[in-house]
Design a protein around this ligand. Structure first.
Ligand SMILES: Cc1ncc(COP(=O)(O)O)c(C=O)c1O
Length: 378
């Protein structure tokens, strides 16, 4: 990164980092946001520039609730929404409010590595629970409850980062029942839920929040609109919303991101958000097909399940140490994320995470060809 970088992710020209978990710059909705900003400024309403109400702009929550009701196919109430400045800020706030250093939490193995960093900041003791093709193995979680009393489990139930897996409906129900029985929270990070490329996934864990205090759904505009907005939401039971609203940070600073909420409100009301998501799904699903074909051509030995949504392929090259092999790859102007990064037990050595969302289809093809050159068959 140079001193003149604007993003954290400026790469040398021609470099293809297939590990990147960001949306493609070319797909960020600059025209739609310009129109929304123009409409906002011509309405001449200064209120979104004032400190905001703690739970988040009421008009925005109303529009978001309507949008989610349509997208989830189940009623979402604005009173159960709490505006955040993104999923990461939500996770940090939830850790501040509901945990103390040294307490145990459960995570999936593998899990989103940067969430693990947030848990580390809070001094939490992470115990990982294995997954299979149906997502978190809830029976294994039940077994671990004999030994630990976690404060919460952090799960990415749909199109998980990094594995792309989705928790089945039966397991969702059992997980929620266990949380009620043992009194731990479920922090469900649902940021990929709306990015399905085929059959819709099971309903989000957010569908449980009205009746179940233990379930907290965290979501974000980062993957469906633009991460630079730093805007997201929590959906939770009224008892949890009251705890969030009463926190010291909001007492001092007011609700999160009121100005950007006003711009996003415009985009929801004009249908721009729905249109944007439809465009992303069409484009990402094309790119997914291109990456799948390129992997089949160049890595016939690769083991993976075709993702049905989200951003990532979770690819196993049996017998290889992907962390070790990464030392060499940058010379070939290509990169990936090694599996061990997503493990809280230093496992997953022969996996890599590849994203099909940051680069165009031709770049994906070139990137996989380059990977083949630096990861020859063994
Ligand atoms: C599972 C998951 N949660 C959270 C985030 C970050 O979300 P936000 O930009 O809203 O902080 C990401 C981004 O990669 C992610 O993959």
């Amino acid at each position: 990164m140079t001193e003149r970088s604007i993003t954290q992710f400026d790469l040398p020209t021609g470099f293809i980092d297939l590990g990147m978990g960001n949306p493609d710059l070319a797909l960020l909705p600059i025209d739609a946001l310009r129109q929304s900003a123009e409409a906002y400024f011509s309405a001449n309403d200064p209120r979104p520039l004032q400190y905001g109400i703690e739970q988040g702009n009421g008009y925005f929550r109303l529009a978001l609730a309507e949008f989610l009701t349509e997208a989830y196919g189940a009623s979402v109430e604005p009173d159960l929404l709490f505006v955040t400045s993104g999923a990461s800020a939500a996770l940090d706030l939830l850790c501040s409010l509901f945990t103390r250093p040294g307490e145990v939490i459960f995570v999936e193995e593998p899990s989103y590595f940067l969430a693990l960093r947030i848990f580390e900041d809070h001094g939490l003791r992470v115990v990982s629970i294995p997954m299979d093709d149906e997502g978190l193995i809830v029976d294994a979680l039940e077994g671990a409850l004999a030994e630990h009393s976690p404060k919460f489990i952090y799960t990415i139930p749909t199109f998980q980062n990094p594995s792309g897996r989705t928790l089945t409906q039966a397991r969702r129900e059992k997980l929620v029942a266990l949380a009620q029985q043992y009194g731990f929270l479920i922090i469900a990070d649902e940021v990929y839920h709306l990015l399905a490329y085929g059959q819709p996934p099971p309903p989000p864990l957010a569908a449980f929040v009205k009746d179940v205090k233990q379930v907290i759904s965290v979501n974000s505009f980062s993957k469906i609109l633009a991460p630079g907005l730093r805007l997201g939401w929590i959906q939770a039971h009224p008892a949890m919303i009251s705890k969030l609203v009463g926190c010291g940070m909001l007492d001092s600073g007011g609700g999160m991101n009121p100005f950007v909420s006003a711009l996003a409100l415009g985009l929801i009301e004009t249908g721009g958000l729905t249109e944007n998501i439809a465009g992303l799904r069409a484009e990402y699903s094309r790119r997914l097909g291109i990456m799948d074909a390129a992997l089949k051509t160049h890595f016939p030995e690769a083991v993976y399940t075709l993702p049905k949504g989200g951003f990532f392929f979770w690819v196993r090259l049996p017998g290889r140490d992907m962390k070790e092999m990464r030392r060499n790859v940058k010379k070939y102007d290509v990169d990936y994320r090694p599996g061990a990064l997503f493990s809280s037990r230093e496992e997953m050595q022969d996996f890599m995470r590849l994203s099909f969302c940051f680069y165009s289809s031709p770049e994906i093809e070139v990137g996989i060809e380059r990977l083949k050159k630096c990861l020859p068959s063994i």
